[in-house]
Design a protein. Sequence first.
Length: 140
Amino acid sequence: MAPVQIKGQMMPDSKLRWIVFPGVFAGLALHAYICFIVADSAPNSFTVGLFALSILPYLACLAAGMNGSCGQLMAVCAILPLLWVDLEALHEATIAPTTSTSPLVLIIVPVINFVVLALGFLLGWIVFVLARRFAAEKTL
């Protein structure tokens, strides 16, 4: 598709949003499942707080994914590793725990996700800048 022109600016028509939005939905559903269905008790302040902390990286990806092609690339570079880390944590805690303290990974992973988010955003930004530079050199 051709780029869309809005108020004199060329906005590239990026298809990456088709990865961002389902990825955010998958992350929200995964954490809702972990915090409210896998939990042994009814929702309490701890599980609600854990859910709120766990979905912050996904909400950051959603916010970045709504801002042009650079933000979408940054969100895609972050959301895929986020989902992988969360699925690994779920597997370690519930499906195949290796120790008696394996469920504690569900408390540690939301903090690790912030590091994964920052690294994914940085990688996406670097790839976007390099691709833009390569495209500019190619047109010369």
